[in-house]
Write a protein that binds this ligand. Structure first.
Ligand code: PLP
Length: 378
């Protein structure tokens, strides 16, 4: 049975160029990139090549790119690093109620340490209203952290409004954006968006797990999380993972232009929406103008966990929410004010360039069979 992988917001299959580059780095460029002889310099060249590729995607300078161990590390570095370096100028931090745990848990920690953390609510569609941001940012706000694309609904957040609010109010705040679900999919220009810090992660775009990116504008001064040998200009000590960085470069070289990817995904998304909403009791949890790489739906009366197992038996993989909150009810859908039964029956279906409309057909057939077999819960 051929597997149908529709959980690309959780992680993606490593593409050929990424795997080839990793193998090449491991076998041929195994020197320590800090070493001064040619084996080390060759490894360093691989790192710099990927740095330039990432910088090109973000329309920024290669010096503004820091490689980390994952999106989680990029987010932790940005949030703790900004708070620690600006704490003398204020204690207020603004974020959203629906950030990924790799932003939300550091925020909880900072709150315990005495920072005032304001969490902006989302509306019924899972969106953040710009007025909420303007009302929340004050003169003593030192950090605003807002994701670009929500990992459960695909909702796109008004990050540039946060930049405007900071400027208008004259706050000393740095603006951090978790762009893990957006990088490589939406065109991103941190300068145009007005962000100082931006996180991305390789395994969401067909590179292996364990490679993260932190864009840090030249103006942003933050304290590093890791101290040691001073690699990555002192922002991320530790010998660089050359194979994973090289693999990220390979993955980026295979990415279609964002506009092309978006056009293809929008077709797939529209097809998925139309097909899925024909299923019994189906309701859409993603806004219509979400990033078309994912769609979140609920099938009233059927528990998502149960549906997931049914689908798995047919070789189809989707998610019941975010992979990081295994077994827990989705905090994002609850924050949108959706009733518990709807949250409990949510499925997140997420696409990559390897998916086709036939995958959606098979998913819908399998869901229909499951719905017939499963007893509706009272
Ligand atoms: N931020 C968002 C929005 C995510 O979806 C994820 C992963 O699912 C992360 C951060 C964490 O990235 P990583 O798995 O590379 O630590």
């Amino acid at each position: 049975m051929e597997e149908i992988y529709l959980d690309n917001s959780a992680t993606t299959k490593v593409c050929k160029s990424a795997a080839d580059q990793a193998l090449y780095a491991m076998r041929e460029c195994y020197g320590n990139p800090s070493s001064l002889y040619s084996l080390g310099l060759n490894a360093e060249r691989l790192i710099e090549r990927t740095r330039r590729a990432v910088a090109q995607k973000l329309h920024c300078r290669p010096e503004e790119i820091v490689f980390t161990g994952c999106g989680t590390e990029s987010n932790n570095t940005a949030v703790f690093g900004a708070a620690r370096s600006l704490q003398k100028r204020g204690r207020r931090i603004v974020t959203t109620a629906v950030e990924h745990p790799s932003v939300a848990r550091p925020m909880d920690q900072l709150e315990k340490e005495g920072f005032e953390v304001v969490r902006l609510p989302v509306d019924r569609e899972g969106k953040i209203q710009p007025e909420e941001i303007f009302n929340a940012v004050t003169k003593d706000t030192i950090l605003v952290s807002m994701m670009l694309v929500n990992n459960e609904t695909g909702a796109i957040f008004p990050v540039s409004a946060a930049a405007e609010a900071i400027k208008k109010i004259g706050a000393p705040a740095l603006l951090h954006c978790d762009a893990v679900q957006a990088f490589g999919k939406l065109p991103i220009d941190p300068k145009k968006l007005g962000v100082d810090l931006l996180s991305a992660s390789g395994h969401k775009l067909h590179a292996p797990k364990g490679i993260g990116v932190l864009y840090k504008s030249e103006k942003a001064h933050i304290q590093p999380l890791l101290l040691g040998g001073g690699q990555e200009k002192g922002f991320r000590s530790g010998t660089e993972s050359v194979p994973l960085i090289a693999a990220l470069g390979g993955a980026i070289s295979e990415l279609p232009e964002e506009s092309v990817g978006l056009q293809n995904m929008q077709k797939l998304w529209n097809y998925a929406k139309e097909s899925l909403l024909k299923l019994p009791g189906a309701a859409l949890n993603s806004p219509d103008d979400c990033l078309p790489y994912l769609i979140n739906i609920s099938l009233a009366g059927y528990r998502s966990e149960t549906l997931l197992h049914f689908l798995e038996a047919d070789g189809i993989f989707v998610s019941s929410g975010s992979a990081c909150s295994k077994g827990k009810l989705s905090g994002v859908l609850s924050a949108m004010g959706l009733p518990a039964a709807r949250v409990d029956s949510a499925l997140r279906i997420s696409f990559s360039r390897y998916n086709k409309t036939e995958d959606i057909d098979k998913l819908c057939e399998s869901l229909e069979r499951a719905a017939k077999r499963l007893k509706k819960r009272g």
